[in-house]
Write a new protein. Structure first.
Length: 390
């Protein structure tokens, strides 16, 4: 089966959606699938360009960067939607595709149009719905209203052959589709190979984009409320994420930390190579994810793969994953006071108890969330999509 897969961002941008696509592609090609992965040709803020087509896994996966290299802005992404449609139509004429699989938000539109033009089924994966958090992130102005309209249109109003969600909360929304739940996974063996001692300090880890979605402003305010607990327990928060050049949100976060005189408690490490990231996970004491919205956060699964207890907000898939007080803790999004209380409680808990909580999370991912299982479910979805077109 030949698949045209679409996701906008690729290296140098890298997040949960990109990890998801790479991991499923790696396993799909091992099952005999051929995949052309269409992504944006990008130019970063330092002027570096990413335009080369790459091949992997014996040429069964081709990563095709489409269009003139451009920065990852909303207007540039809209322009790219036309470029990617032209590229896929041309490729299909030479060697037809059996199916289109689009990921995240905007690729759903060209994927649907291409499905009609080429007469092949379309699968659309929703990696998270931020509709409930748009006003918290962007205010109540025209930008919020426009983003709300676009997200509702793409995720709930366009009829796909099959819509997939990684987040069971998404199933409750009114939708012209009947979404199928397929979770994310984690490569547990990769984490098990890393042996490193936990930090003697109470090291709290955050991994993710430095973006309003991730709720880091509320984390800073929470730390300000319990700085005595950080002093007593030698507490520090390590932030992994960001880019070589600070984003506007990172400038805001750093400014807030400086304003509240919390510099000694926060360490920014930027993006890290995989090996260093694994060591950060395995040497930490606790993982925190104060997001305003999520789908099914891969970083939470990675934290559990590292046997870390977790504190996360009650958004997306998190309430289905976390049993409060058993394998982690849940707090309401945007509630700095609740987050501060939970942080303080965990910091003053015996390390042995924290270890047991983290080990319960490890067993959760070991028993339920592997990429191999995800791909088995996905193959069945593809077969169903093909049958619908016959």
């Amino acid at each position: 089966m030949r698949i045209a897969m679409i996701i906008e961002a690729w290296k140098p941008i890298w997040g949960g959606g990109q990890v998801h696509v790479y991991e499923i592609c790696k396993r799909l090609v091992n099952k005999g699938f051929e995949i052309d992965l269409y992504v944006m040709a990008l130019k970063d803020r330092e002027g570096n360009v990413y335009t080369q087509t790459e091949e992997a896994f014996g040429g069964k996966l081709r990563i095709i960067r489409v269009g003139y290299p451009k920065q990852f802005t909303f207007l540039n992404r809209l322009m790219w939607l036309f470029e990617v449609m032209v590229a896929i139509v041309q490729a299909h004429k030479k060697r037809p595709y059996d199916l289109i699989h689009a990921h995240a938000n905007l690729p759903g539109l060209p994927a649907k149009i291409l499905s009609k033009l080429l007469g092949i089924p379309v699968v659309y994966t929703v990696h998270g719905s931020g509709i409930e958090a748009i006003e918290k992130m962007y205010g109540k102005g025209i930008i919020s209203k426009f983003l709300y309209f676009v997200e509702v249109l793409l995720q709930r109003k366009i009829k796909y052959d099959i819509e997939v969600t990684v987040d069971r909360r998404f199933l409750k929304y009114e939708n012209v589709n009947r979404p199928v739940y397929i979770p994310n996974g984690v490569d547990l063996e990769k984490f098990d190979r890393v042996n490193i001692l936990r930090s003697k300090m109470f090291k709290i880890l955050f991994v993710g984009r430095i973006h309003p979605q991730k709720g880091l402003r509320y984390l800073v305010k929470a730390v300000d409320m319990i700085r005595e607990d950080f002093e007593k327990n030698l507490g520090v928060i390590v932030i992994v994420g960001g880019s070589a050049e600070w984003t506007e949100e990172e400038k805001i976060i750093r400014g807030l930390i400086k304003e509240k005189k919390l510099e000694r408690y926060f360490i920014f490490k930027g993006k890290l190579p995989e090996g260093e990231l694994l060591r950060e996970y395995k040497s930490s004491t606790l993982f925190v994810l104060p997001s305003l919205f999520e789908g099914m956060p891969l970083t939470l699964l990675e934290a559990w793969a590292s046997k870390l207890p977790v504190i996360a907000t009650r958004v997306g898939e998190n309430p289905y994953l976390i049993k409060h007080g058993y394998n982690g803790w849940l707090v309401e999004p945007g509630d700095s006071k609740a987050l501060s209380r939970t942080l303080a409680s965990s910091m003053n808990m015996p390390r042995a108890k924290l270890k047991r909580i983290g080990e319960r999370g490890y067993m959760e991912v070991k028993n339920k969330y592997s990429w191999d299982r995800v791909v088995e479910m996905l193959v069945k979805i593809y077969e169903t999509g093909i049958k619908k077109q016959l």
